[in-house]
Design a binder for this molecule. Structure first.
Ligand SMILES: [Zn+2]
Length: 174
């Protein structure tokens, strides 16, 4: 099974939004309410408890680390602080959610896209997409809403260029 890194929303950015109630980069007002859907929270990646958890909805550009031109998505986080997810697999709590996996190359070129719900299917989809040398990172989205959930990449594994060839990188991914 492929090794990969799960990249939730940056904690510092989340605390700025909690403090200002404004979207980063856009300054639109953020919206606070009680969860009426499971989310999940983009920091801890835990589903919201419907009718109980308070959440903040705001505009976020999930490409801000990669591209000069934004393409924003609404995202939701817990209103109160929560621990950033640090696992090395998609959280099991996300299994059952309809998820879309989008593999992007340089220039935001969409190289691969798959939709799955079950965890086992999701893991093999991630392996397939990250196994393509032209894919630099994967966005995980909620299939029902299209909202961005988190990013995946190869983590500490060197890029194709740095490793000196696709073969070397592919071997390192196993
Ligand atoms: Zn959270």
């Amino acid at each position: 099974m492929a090794a990969y890194r799960v990249i939730p929303l940056d904690e510092e950015l989340a605390w700025k939004v909690r403090g200002s109630l404004r979207a980063p980069d856009y300054r639109h007002p953020a919206y606070v309410d009680t969860a009426d859907s499971v989310g999940p929270c983009r920091v801890c990646l835990r589903p919201f408890r419907v009718g109980a958890d308070r959440r903040i909805l705001f505009t976020y550009d999930p490409f801000r680390r990669h591209e000069p031109f934004p393409l924003p998505s609404p995202v939701q986080i817990h209103e109160a602080g929560c621990p950033r997810y640090t696992g090395h697999r998609l959280p099991a709590e996300l299994s059952g959610l309809p998820l879309t996996f989008e593999g992007y190359g340089p220039g935001r070129e969409l190289i691969a896209e798959e939709r799955h719900a079950a965890t086992a299917e999701a893991e093999s989809a991630i392996a397939r997409i990250l196994g393509r040398p032209s894919v630099a990172y994967v966005h995980v989205r909620d299939t029902a809403t299209g909202f961005f959930i988190c990013e995946l990449d190869r983590g500490g594994v060197a890029s194709t260029t740095a490793a000196g060839g696709a073969g070397a990188t592919g071997d390192a991914l196993v």
